[in-house]
Design a protein. Structure first.
Length: 297
């Protein structure tokens, strides 16, 4: 079995971008672009690893800190392919050329993906992260990434991966449509509940951009621990929950034309918490403006 970690990096997102995979100090690879996104790097790292091991019969175990990539490859890609590589709104899938190449590279392969939390001391993930960051930094300086030793006897065929457009808010909500989490077609109150549920989901919590689309620019939270969270701090730390959690609505009420207050109970393996979320409509989208949680007595 080949055990590796794959990671991506972007300085500016989009900006100078890098990707890397790492098995050990004698077997790794990296690359990147002068202009790319973090997700492009994450996807290309997995693609290059698949291509460089295509001539081998070994099962592949890949550690990733992006569940967006894991879910895209293992859950969503088949549906996108059936729709002609279109999203729920008919627009092309973001990073479609990379997705097509990944689909081809996965055919007939035995691959297991495992999520690991980034920057948490996982040896292989930390090594891949350092290499991806070094690649992005090289492009930022006007140079190129060190390709690394790779696998002997391998060959690669990377697609022309470019940033077609900056990910706009409408595209972010289309991504939630793909995951069945957007709440479109519902009443305002139902949309707010759907958005709140999505913030508990692995699909959204593993995608920084998707979480950002649901939070108001002036968002704050007073957590159950008493900590005051600001928006950027949460976005830097958010990830999938440690275990399953359920949302039970207590009350949902409109307190102003563009404000809805949702009071709910979160239940999980570690107990229950009472939570309140204030959602504000900006344009045609509802975004969480304030959140507070308290351990239930």
């Amino acid at each position: 079995m080949i055990i590796a970690a794959a990671d991506g990096s972007a300085l500016g997102n989009p900006g100078p971008a890098g990707w890397a995979w790492y098995v050990d100090d004698s077997c790794w690879a990296s690359g990147g672009w002068p202009h790319g996104t973090n997700n492009m790097g994450e996807l290309m790292a997995v693609l290059d690893l698949l291509q460089q091991t295509a001539h081998l019969d070994d099962e592949l175990h890949v550690f990733c800190d992006s569940t967006y990539v894991i879910n895209a490859v293992t859950k969503w890609m088949a549906g996108w392919k059936r729709k002609g590589w279109k999203k729920g709104d008919g627009k092309p899938v973001i990073n479609v050329e990379l997705m097509k190449a990944l689909d081809a590279a996965m055919q007939g392969r035995r691959v297991r993906f495992e999520w690991v939390k980034g920057h948490a001391g996982h040896e292989l993930n930390e090594a891949a992260d350092r290499l991806a960051n070094a690649a992005a930094s090289a492009y930022q300086r006007g140079g190129a990434a060190d390709p690394g030793p790779g696998f002997v006897g391998s060959s690669t065929a990377h697609p022309a991966a470019v940033v077609g457009q900056v990910l706009e808010e409408s595209d972010l909500f289309s991504d939630l449509d793909d995951a069945g989490l957007s709440g479109r077609g519902l009443s305002d109150e139902e949309q707010v509940v759907a958005h709140e549920r999505s913030l508990l989901s692995e699909e959204v919590r593993s995608d920084r951009a998707a979480v950002a689309a649901l939070l108001h620019p002036q968002w704050q939270e007073i957590g159950a621990s008493g900590r005051l969270w600001e928006r950027e701090a949460l976005l830097d730390e958010i990830g999938p929950l440690a275990g399953p959690a359920t949302l039970d609505v207590i009350t949902v009420s409109r307190v102003a034309t563009d404000l809805i207050l949702l009071v709910w109970r979160e239940s999980g393996d570690d107990g229950s918490r009472l939570r309140s979320s204030l959602w504000q409509r900006t344009g045609d989208q509802w975004r969480q403006r304030f959140h507070q949680g308290t351990v239930e007595a």
